[in-house]
Ligand binder design. Sequence first.
Ligand SMILES: Cc1ncc(C[n+]2csc(CCOP(=O)(O)OP(=O)(O)O)c2C)c(N)n1
Length: 566
Amino acid sequence: MTESLTGSQILCRALLEEGVDVLFGYPGGAIMPFYHALPEFPALRHVLVRHEQAAAHAADGYARASGRAGVCVATSGPGATNLVTGLATANMDSTPVVAITGQVARAMMGRDAFQETDIIGITQPITKHSRLVEDVEEIEDAVREAFHVAREGRPGPVLLDIPKDVQNQRGSWAGGQRGSNGTLRDTAPPPRCPAGSLEEAAALIATAERPLIMAGHGVVLAGAYAELLVLAERTGIPVITTLLGISGFPESHPLHLGMPGMHGEVHVNRAIQQSDLIIGLGLRFDDRVTGNLAGFARGAKVIHIELDPSEIGKNVPVAVGLVGDVRNVLCSLLPLIAARNCDGWRREIAGFVRPRDESFRAGLSPQAILDAIGDASDGRCTIVSDVGQHQMWVAKLFRYQRPNSHITSGGLGTMGFAVPAAMGVALARPGEPVWAISGDGGFQMNMQEIATMVQEGIPVKMAVFNNGYLGMVRQWQQFFHGKRYSATPIWSPNYVKLAEAYGIAGHRVESIDQLERTVADAAAEPGPVLVEFMIEQEANVFPMIPPGGSLSEPIEAEAVTALIPA
Ligand SMILES: Cc1ncc(C[n+]2csc(CCOP(=O)(O)OP(=O)(O)O)c2C)c(N)n1
């Protein structure tokens, strides 16, 4: 039995059949038929953002927190192009997002009609798939395909561009043919490991003298927490977590070493350089992790477990490549792994550990702020960070205990991500505390979303680390551009008054004695809240591998005076 409906009604029904419960969007001319139909489907909650970029980031945050595809909607032309940064962000971090854009009517396409852009052409390089839906009879299949493609294999964004007249066109609804928008786990493919490769990997793991596990985003995407824990505990192999692998392994665990790469700890990078085996789990060995590839872990063989076969051997030579969802591959590998320990190697690594830069610990330091946030929520919160120095402090200094409790834009490094992404996280995890932590630069890129939170009652706790600079760029200028602070000092509004203007609670913390109390008050606030932390203006993130340098050449706090002109 088929029913005659408009394209927009079919679209709404198809979204419901995919299990969609929330969409982030913004209306306009070419998507009006969809917005006309939407009120007939109250199970589809629409969140009206204040900028379409925020819709894409919110859908991304929702997807990362829930493991289901996030959905964003925009009109043609400027609405669609405003989604671009968010889609590129999702693409770089393998997040399943389905974007729906209105397009001008078919008869107008190709005539430079009002608000016409070739959004398919624009987004093709930054999505897994972009499709122009040319007839109402395609809509049902196009939606099913979009969710399937976004989630299957390595997840990523998909865009459906639907001309206005197709949204209005009447067509037939068959329905009942789809699965639901389940979690990524439901669609994980079985591993593809060439004959003998699992045994080969197990033999390398049994005989290596200085092995390391390097856990990336694939661990979180696959939910391979328990399997990673078994592998580590059975073998005693220390675990490194990349920026997007953070919260894939409990940080309090004695086998947890820390973050590698450009701002990784000295002992972590040194361990990598000395290791004879790296077991890479769901990561792409990107340049922020490896530093100069020619000098990366020259004595190490690499076992690479990765869902996307095109990643294997792309950046580092691989001894054994195992293709598949990290959890499924580990399930196949673990029965072959014998118990061993790495006590001698771990003692050696312990000898590499450098004392923390104590200048951080004094006063209103990032460490003190992050400890206060962790304490105020018993470590139960999800931290969504923006991009810059604070992002590195949030990655390195917060003690993540819960799986998937750290969310950030790793691959694209998109400033402005935290606030809107945190809205998506908060809707995916109702009742759980969510902190968006931004710098004063990135916060000002999407702070308009406070209005969305107020209108929709989304209780995100926003922290601004105010150092008066675009701090990470200032740090580079300090180290590598003779301290020429070109275009990095940044003025901010009065954030307490800004909060007041939006009708939410706002606080400024200027000294350590205000810290605990204020953070506790913010944590207890039922609605959105904004807390500004006045941190040291020229604090730096240490250590740092200079751009183009190898992991063996860190700049450490005490050496930096030699680099910087007086
Ligand atoms: C959209 C975007 N524009 C520019 C950059 C380049 N960039 C990287 S970090 C940074 C400074 C961030 O400053 P702020 O938000 O104040 O954070 P802080 O580094 O001070 O913690 C800039 C400009 C970027 N990553 N994203």
